[in-house]
Design a protein around this ligand. Structure first.
Ligand SMILES: [Zn+2]
Length: 288
């Protein structure tokens, strides 16, 4: 792009940029962040699925009939009772959340002793891209059903969120499966963990507090921001999953401008701290 293609001006005290682009017959993509498309997820899933501890499947279809992929992570030949659910890309442009989810999941699959122990006791279900239609079409927040998916947890008016609702109900209904933790990866202006307050009872108890304390100890040079009172009434994933299942839930937000190597480090350290903390909890083996 030529320097004179961008004109910065100020209107009513607000700075704005006007970008002039030449386009021909070939499509021209304009993106504010790296493009991470459904095909990139397929490539990544194929790579990590080389591990015998991963099973890949299709959770279901989006409104425009795109596949929504899912992965199950656990030691081969085991059927762990305790379940972790990780999701990403409800909001299409939130790339930095995806850049944290990848190393987070790769750390769960690593040869670290804690990861090997973790995969024997816990099963992790990963749905890395819940809104593939919005990603392909370059939507800001919505699905192709004209809905912000992270305001549809509870109403479940959209096929994508309904798939998640069913998945969680299936876990709750199974006699030998217990949901223990739910994490939803996003991006916003800064790195922040949106959580429920510590005085809301969860099983396991005080997980978020203890997890973030471990993360802080592992990254003493990194300031952890936590907001435990963010939008508590909104029908988003964090509030719905907590309200219905009383497990710890968190919206894991990475800043849009956070340095990429730092994002990779946060993803890895957050996964290690999560595994350490979950392994330190007592398994709740009481019958449902
Ligand atoms: Zn978001």
């Amino acid at each position: 792009m030529k320097p004179d293609a961008v004109v910065i001006s100020e209107v009513d005290g607000v700075r704005q940029a006007k970008i002039t682009l030449q386009h021909g017959k070939t499509p021209l993509f304009v993106a504010g962040q790296e493009i991470v498309a459904p095909s990139d997820y397929q490539t990544w899933i194929a790579k990590v699925s080389q591990s015998p501890d991963v099973e890949q499947r299709v959770l279901g279809q989006s409104l425009e009939a795109r596949n929504i992929p899912a992965m199950t992570i656990k030691a081969p030949g085991t059927q762990p009772r305790e379940q972790i659910v990780l999701i990403g890309r409800q909001h299409p442009p939130e790339i930095t959340g995806a850049l944290a989810l990848f190393p987070f999941v790769e750390t769960l699959l690593s040869d670290e002793p804690v990861a090997i122990r973790f995969r024997k006791r816990f099963e992790t279900i990963v749905v890395p891209i819940l809104n593939p239609d919005g990603v392909v079409r370059g939507h800001w927040r919505h699905s192709t059903g004209h809905k912000d998916l992270n305001r549809d947890w509870g109403p479940f008016t959209q096929p994508e969120t309904r798939l998640m609702g069913h998945l969680l109900e299936e876990i709750a209904a199974a006699p030998a499966r217990d949901l223990r933790l739910f994490i939803d990866f996003h991006s916003t202006q800064k790195d922040v963990f949106y959580t429920i307050p510590d005085d809301y009872p969860t099983n396991p108890p005080l997980f978020i507090k203890n997890w973030l304390a471990r993360l802080s100890a592992a990254m003493p040079d990194y300031a952890i921001h936590r907001d435990a009172n963010h939008n508590l009434d909104q029908p988003n994933s964090k509030n719905h999953v907590y309200g219905k299942y009383r497990v710890p839930t968190v919206t894991f937000e990475i800043g849009d401008e956070t340095d990429r190597p730092l994002i990779a480090r946060i993803g890895r350290e957050a996964a290690l701290a999560m595994m350490d903390e979950l392994l330190a909890t007592e398994p709740d083996l009481t019958a449902k």
